[in-house]
Design a protein around this ligand. Structure first.
Ligand SMILES: [Zn+2]
Length: 146
């Protein structure tokens, strides 16, 4: 299943990112993740969320809120001579209905935000995140909402 494989990669990245911001006395819990997906990524948001919820159980991202935003597809229509945006599931030009639009991208997926909050009363060595997450030390705050 496409979504399950993607949810698993997503979880790994999110836990890794959160881990970078942890220090000896600080354990972080992931509370929110914002994801932007291209129109052609074929990811079904509801399925993805369900898979992610299951996989995140027992990790620092358990009960986090995953928000998935689909980015509309854009491309260049040679007939109209301008940039157009795809409407709905149609791949013809929304202005002239021509079928020769050169669509750009659409397969990209981007994590736009990860929200973390410290675990209350956490102590070092209490890690319960899955084995594959490195607990790397790094500068705090970079790219993460407080
Ligand atoms: Zn056109």
């Amino acid at each position: 299943m496409h979504e399950a494989a993607f949810a698993s990669s997503l979880l790994r990245i999110v836990l890794e990112e959160a881990g970078k911001h942890e220090t000896a006395g600080l354990r972080l819990r992931v509370t929110g993740i914002e994801l932007e997906t291209g129109a052609l990524s074929c990811l079904e948001a509801h399925t993805l969320k369900g898979c992610f919820e299951l996989l995140a159980e027992g990790t620092a991202a358990e009960n986090s809120l995953l928000t998935v935003r689909a980015r509309p597809l854009s491309g260049y229509c040679p007939a109209c001579g301008q940039q157009v945006r795809a409407g709905g599931r149609s791949f013809s030009c929304p202005l002239c209905a021509g079928g020769s639009v050169a669509w750009e991208g659409g397969h990209e997926m981007k994590i736009t935000a990860i929200t973390v909050t410290p675990f209350p009363g956490t102590a070092p060595g209490e890690a319960k995140a899955g084995g594959s997450t490195g607990r790397r030390q790094g500068p705090e705050g970079r790219g993460l909402k407080p």
